[in-house]
Design a protein around this ligand. Structure first.
Ligand SMILES: NC(=O)c1ccc[n+]([C@@H]2O[C@H](COP(=O)([O-])OP(=O)(O)OC[C@H]3O[C@@H](n4cnc5c(N)ncnc54)[C@H](OP(=O)(O)O)[C@@H]3O)[C@@H](O)[C@H]2O)c1
Length: 362
């Protein structure tokens, strides 16, 4: 690997570590991280904390001992800097004024209207620009945001805790199918999304809270219920302190619900079951990502993790890619994407950006 690319990768990894600190907090904005490097030494770092607050590169600039320290330094940032005014002024103006000699970013802005603009602006100000460093990791950090920007619809993640034979309904005396460690992991997943969607029968059977527990405090995701009939008015989601974060969709199709959530700027939805709803989501091809937890037991019974109509020939099977397995104690966690899901939730347009520049060149 060329030396320039090796050090770019190293600094981008530091910028990614910064960005991760904002995950779950920044919606409707993306999580972004930045580091400022001078003569091979990190002199400032920052991340976007919440919508309306300073963007990552501005937060990093604010960490400098003296604003003049940016002159001639390098800026590493996980996402292409914004080049238009929103709630804050365009970051490209600030970067140019700060006097950076080189800017390296990981992912292009997924919005086709903005993608690549920062490159042109920075280069015409005489700043070296390199792009695409750890691009896939930078994209995956904001897959919900990317999908929403490209399509107006939220990223849909299907989650289930199931037995090895693919059933999810537990015995009344054994409440949880998977281990405490798997449930903690699933809680972490919950804390990264804007909304959690469940079926009406799950509300009646389990009376779930659908809140964030045993994770660092984060804004409570919306709790969304798909139902046809009436739901118990004393269910926890209607009576707890987050009752105003509950939405009920009666007699809407799944696509209508997702459209409506997208219109509310909800970027990511975690479908947490039950089996009828997950089966419907599978049949309707609305799932972008799977996070499934398998416990080493057999349940059988009446509720498969994915009900639905299924397929009539193997050729129609939903094939998964980027499959990752992880053992959590005796359980196994599978994370995977349908082959049709675009990388990082972006439309194909992004991956054929006409102005991609080889790292290390201006
Ligand atoms: N292990 C896990 O990860 C996990 C997670 C969640 C749930 N569960 C288990 O799953 C079981 C419940 O699953 P389930 O498959 O029976 O039901 P479900 O998927 O939770 O809910 C299905 C519900 O969707 C609603 N629905 C169906 N068609 C509709 C339409 N056309 N328009 C609007 N709404 C519609 C109906 O709600 P209404 O009846 O209200 O009209 C129906 O009851 C429980 O035993 C629960 O413990 C397990």
């Amino acid at each position: 690997m060329d030396l320039h690319l090796a050090s770019d990768t190293l600094w981008m990894r530091r910028a990614l570590a910064e960005a991760v600190r904002g995950v779950g907090w920044t919606s409707p904005n993306p999580a972004v991280g930045a580091v400022i490097v001078r003569e091979g030494r990190l002199i400032a770092r920052g991340f976007h904390r919440r919508a309306g607050g300073p963007h990552a590169e501005i937060a990093a600039l604010q960490m400098l001992k003296s604003p003049g320290d940016a002159r001639g330094a390098e800026l590493f940032i996980t996402l292409e800097p914004c080049s238009s005014a929103g709630r804050t002024p365009p970051c490209t103006d600030t970067i140019i004024a700060a006097g950076f000699s080189r800017v390296v970013f990981g992912a292009f802005d997924p919005n086709p209207l903005h993608a690549g603009h920062a490159v042109l602006l920075l280069r015409s100000a005489g700043i070296q620009v390199a792009t695409g460093v750890l691009e896939e990791e930078c994209l995956l950090l904001n897959e919900g945001w990317n999908k929403w920007i490209c399509t107006g619809s939220p990223l849909v993640i299907a989650k289930a805790a199931m037995s090895l034979d693919g059933y999810i309904s537990s015995h009344p005396r054994r409440r949880w199918i998977t281990s405490a460690a798997s449930r903690r992991d699933a809680m972490g997943l919950r804390s990264t999304v804007d909304a959690i969607l469940v079926g009406g029968e799950t509300i009646r059977t389990d009376n779930p809270r659908l809140t964030l527990r045993r994770v660092p405090p984060r804004p409570q995701p919306w709790r969304v219920v798909w139902t046809q009939k009436s739901l118990p008015p004393d269910a926890r989601i209607f009576t707890d302190r987050y009752h105003d974060r509950t939405l009920v969709f009666q007699k809407s199709s799944l696509r209508e619900i997702l459209h409506s959530l997208g219109a509310r700027s909800i970027r990511s939805v975690l479908i947490e079951g039950g089996g009828y709803l997950l089966g419907e989501a599978l049949d309707q091809h609305v799932i972008d990502k799977f996070c499934l937890y398998y416990a080493p037991l057999f349940l059988g019974g009446r509720v498969p993790a994915f009900g639905g109509l299924g397929i009539s020939s193997l050729a129609q099977a939903l094939r998964l890619t980027k499959v990752r397995y992880r053992c959590i104690g005796d359980d196994v966690r599978l994370e995977a994407y349908p082959q049709t899901t675009a990388i990082g939730g972006c439309s194909g347009r992004l991956n054929v950006s006409p102005i991609k520049i080889v790292p290390g060149t201006s």
